[in-house]
Design a protein around this ligand. Structure first.
Ligand code: NAI
Length: 331
């Protein structure tokens, strides 16, 4: 099939080309994100291959359908940026990579926790300046602490297991109980109890209407003072302004983000020669107890291999009309 690959970085191209030797699709790589302006680049292609910040709303999907695009192949797990109702109406199928490496994201969440707790980011700079003082670097033992996991699907369950390994008490919240998580000794509780009892809270649920700003002023008010909040899932799970207020008051003691509400205009690009225009993001960067990574939790060799392999298999299975070998997103 002829596939237009949007938001294509060099690493996407390398991995997709490598795995495409087994599939032989015609791949065209476009650096821009997909949106109404860039959609015409898909002309002459049967499918588009997209990532987390591409825009696949109704107007874009309508343009794609007019150009004869029949398949949207997401090379990620999340699909909150796709209007599935419009896709269904237009006869465009949406496929995704439901699982590529839950370990990649879960381990990144742990990296943020340890970095924040032990002030590794500050220690790194101090030692480079030959400053070996320890003032301000005091951490806490993770062992014995209570960790709240919101969303216990593939990534949340993997993260919960890592926390059990650290000797933590794990509380979980998910409308769907995952028996693997109860088997490892975690306890499902109400969201209110999770907020109230956790020393560390990590978000692993998808972004949907029900989870939009799941961490807002009201949620923060129920949390332990000095709580550590980690979000490696989707930016809009967190009301950033509420979190900034919480940080200023000291109610939130540590914040680790791999995702940000308004990341679409920032992440995955080099803006080091530009003036930052996002004042909310700029404020976040001023806190010594905030670490932000630019949506890199998924970014391991193993994950990129799996993403390329499953994406191309999805496309081949669509071409061959084989529903058993592709991961179609349904409403
Ligand atoms: P999954 O589908 O296996 O698990 C999601 C879980 O969230 C399910 O158990 C579901 O029941 C639960 N859930 C649904 N509504 C909920 C609610 N209102 N409150 C709490 N839990 C709720 O998904 P997976 O693979 O574990 O991924 C989770 C999220 O991680 C994705 O939706 C995506 O947004 C994010 N992600 C981030 C990456 C990164 O690089 N930072 C990479 C991959 C995924």
């Amino acid at each position: 099939m002829k596939v237009a690959v949007f938001s294509a970085k060099r690493y996407d191209e390398t991995h997709l080309r490598d795995f495409n030797r087994e599939h032989d699709h015609e791949l065209t790589f476009f650096e821009p994100r997909l949106n109404v302006k860039t959609a015409p680049l898909a002309s002459g292609h049967d499918a588009v291959c997209c990532f987390v910040n591409d825009i696949l709303d109704a107007p874009v999907l309508e343009l794609l359908a007019q150009m004869g695009v029949r398949l949207v192949a997401m090379r990620c797990a999340g699909f909150n940026n796709v209007d599935l109702v419009a896709a269904g109406r237009l006869g465009i199928e949406v496929v995704r990579v439901p699982e590529y490496s839950p370990h990649a994201v879960a381990e990144h969440a742990v990296a943020l926790i340890l970095d924040l707790n032990r002030n590794i980011h500050r220690a790194f700079n101090r030692v480079r300046e030959h400053d070996y003082s320890l003032d301000g670097l005091l951490g806490f033992d993770l062992y014995g602490k209570t960790v709240g996991v919101v969303g216990t699907g593939k990534i949340g369950a993997t993260f919960a297991r890592l926390m059990v390994g650290f000797g933590c008490r794990v509380l979980a919240y998910d409308p769907r109980v995952n028996p693997d998580v109860t088997d490892m000794g975690a306890e499902y509780v109400s969201l209110e109890r999770l907020w109230a009892e956790s020393d560390v809270i990590s978000l692993h649920c998808p972004l949907m209407e029900a989870t939009h700003h799941i961490v807002d002023d009201a949620a923060i008010a129920q949390m332990k003072r000095g709580v550590m909040l980690i979000n490696t899932s989707r930016g809009a799970l967190v009301d950033t302004r509420a979190v900034i207020d919480g940080l200023k008051r000291g109610d939130i003691g540590y914040l680790g983000l791999d995702v940000y509400e308004e990341e679409a205009d920032l992440f995955f690009e080099d803006f080091s020669n530009h003036v930052l225009q996002d004042d909310v993001f700029a404020r976040l960067l001023t806190f010594p107890n905030v670490i932000i990574t630019g949506h890199q939790a998924f970014f391991t060799r193993e994950a990129l291999d799996a993403i390329a392999s499953v994406t191309l298999t999805n496309i081949s299975a669509f071409e061959q009309g084989d529903p058993t070998r592709r991961y179609t997103v349904t409403l």
